[in-house]
Design a protein around this ligand. Structure first.
Ligand code: B12
Length: 475
């Protein structure tokens, strides 16, 4: 069959991201014998025209739309991406007779609502490297696609789903030949690193999170040697920045250590990044190993420094792990971004102050701190159930594509935002969503690349904000 994969994501907030999942789906279609083309809408000036052209010229049998984001997860400046995605799908429908399939991280979070919104024929969940070829095989041989694990559809107004198979092993299927599908140099010009994942699944029980339902709760580890091969291939093709986008990079700890050891022993001239370190496993030996491996930037997803809030969020760590992680970070030169999520269950003015106090005391001024305010609610999560019990969420699940946020009754929105604004004014290395919403942020990446600045750009947050302040620009 002729398969067109369309990556609809055009968001540059906080930075453009390379359509990793869409590339995996395209590679899976190609490897299973289908004639496959890819349309990346990220940098297209006229996305609808480009899509119509691709549909008319290629006349695909199947158009697979990769939907990454539902919205920007920002309570203060919410942006929803689903209406735009639906308009692209409608344009494809008008331009050709292809069957329309949805996939991607957003589709995994709310498949039914997205199927109903877009009118797509099917949604394929689970690992695209295994489920997508099985789906295409069913379609091409006239079998019911719903017989394939991970496929769902709305027919006659009714939603049917065949649950995804979370037992497929993680391996080479995670490493597409990116250069076949996207223009890597455009991404490099926007200071975007190439993403790689070294495992699937997430065993943690964070109350707001969709990862275990999207990938399964058990780990499926990619052999570190296989990941090293993918890193080598990318480096050989000229890629200089590689970001590990595992849900949690440093768990299982031994797997991360083994990979770092291999990277250190086989230096390929690339810089490595990850934003997904869990404080429980962030210690001295790990940072030592990451430094030797060539990591140029790390992020610690701390969320809160208050033990009560961490427990209510369902976290596996407490404030003593944060203290230990901070002590380890201080001993190493790798720039670090700390990420906090304020307003979750159990949050009060007191607990917010405790987290801010941790950031002031323990984060080096040369490092960056990002504060999220408000927790995006997703169907099927324990936090959704709690919010309904509390009475703060009344919207039916079908309407949750429009962003809805949880804010603890113990802290009011105005106070929280004013307190955050004061903290970010006082500390130039502290940022909140105001900075991410800056309209010129995307241009800044291009400028920085042109000036030869190395990734990650966020390590210059303090300096950039000071310059902007000098120019009278609020950031
Ligand atoms: C790492 C990450 C980031 C990094 C990205 C770094 C980088 N260099 O790429 C950073 C921190 C920058 C980031 C930013 C954002 N992220 Co983010 N991110 C992730 C994370 C943890 C992994 C994404 C990834 O690369 N996965 C690996 C690829 C291979 O998986 P995949 O894309 O899902 O694709 C698989 C399937 O979905 C499927 N598939 C994909 N496309 C298609 C197409 C077809 C046809 C088929 C059949 C299958 C298919 O096949 C793939 C392989 O199985 C996910 C969580 C998660 N577990 O998905 C969140 C996630 C994708 N992010 C999310 C969000 C909201 C954002 C932001 C909007 C806000 C934010 N929190 O910062 C921004 C948007 C940035 C942008 N410009 O678009 C949401 C998106 C859904 C939603 N809730 O709206 C997720 C799912 C987290 C969540 N549950 O809330 N993110």
């Amino acid at each position: 069959m002729k398969i067109l994969i369309v990556s609809v994501n055009r968001s540059r907030q906080p930075a453009a991201v390379l359509p990793y999942g869409a590339c995996v789906a395209a590679q899976a279609a190609l490897n299973s014998g289908h004639e496959t083309r890819f349309l990346d809408l990220m940098f297209e000036k006229g996305p609808v025209k480009a899509l119509e052209r691709a549909c008319r010229d290629f006349r695909p049998d199947v158009a697979g739309f990769s939907l990454r984001n539902i919205d920007n997860n920002d309570m203060r400046y919410p942006v929803s991406y689903t209406a735009e995605a639906a308009s692209f799908i409608a344009a494809a429908r008008r331009a050709c007779g292809a069957k329309i399939v949805l996939g991607g991280a957003a589709a995994a979070v709310m498949p039914e609502a997205l199927l109903r919104l877009t009118g797509a024929d099917w949604c394929v969940l689970g690992e695209a490297s295994s489920s997508f070829p099985l789906f295409l095989a069913a379609l091409s041989t006239g079998r019911d696609p719903l017989s394939v694990r991970g496929v769902c559809a709305v027919a006659n107004g009714l939603f049917s789903a065949n649950p995804p198979d979370f037992s497929t092993p993680s391996g080479a299927g995670l490493f597409p030949d990116f250069g076949l599908w996207v223009d890597l140099s455009s991404y490099a010009r926007h200071m975007v690193s190439v993403p790689l994942k070294t495992k699937l699944g997430c065993p943690f029980g964070c109350v707001y999170c969709t990862y275990p339902s999207g990938e399964g709760a058990g780990y499926r580890l990619c052999p570190p040697e296989t990941a090293l091969r993918a890193v080598r291939d990318l480096a050989a093709s000229g890629v200089r920045d590689i970001e590990f986008v595992d849900n949690v990079f440093n768990s299982p700890y031994a797997h991360a250590m083994e990979l770092c050891g291999l990277l250190a022993g086989n230096r390929v001239g690339a810089r490595f990044h990850t934003m997904e370190l869990n404080p429980e496993f962030t210690d001295e030996p790990l940072l030592e190993a990451m430094e030797r491996a060539g990591f140029a930037g790390i992020g610690i997803t701390a969320e809160s420094a208050d033990d009560g809030v961490l427990a209510s969020l369902g976290k596996n760590y407490n404030s003593s792990h944060l203290e230990r992680a901070a002590a380890a970070v201080e001993k190493h030169a790798i720039p670090c971004m700390w990420v906090f999520l304020l307003g979750g269950p159990g949050e009060t003015r007191e607990t917010v102050r405790r987290t801010l106090d941790f950031a002031r005391r323990r984060v080096r001024p040369s490092d960056t701190v990002f504060f999220n305010a408000g927790v995006r609610l997703y169907p099927g999560t324990p936090l959704e159930a709690a919010a309904r019990l509390e009475g703060s969420l009344t919207k039916p699940q079908a309407e949750m594509l429009e962003p809805v946020f949880y804010l603890s009754p113990g802290v009011d929105k105005d106070w929280l935002l004013a307190t955050l604004a004061a903290a970010t004014r006082e500390h130039m290395n502290f940022i909140a969503s105001d900075t991410l919403a800056l309209p010129f942020l995307s241009g800044l990446y291009g400028l920085a690349h042109f000036a030869g600045v190395k990734q990650p750009l966020w390590k210059h947050t303090g300096a950039i904000r000071r310059v902007l302040k000098g120019l009278g620009v609020r950031s």
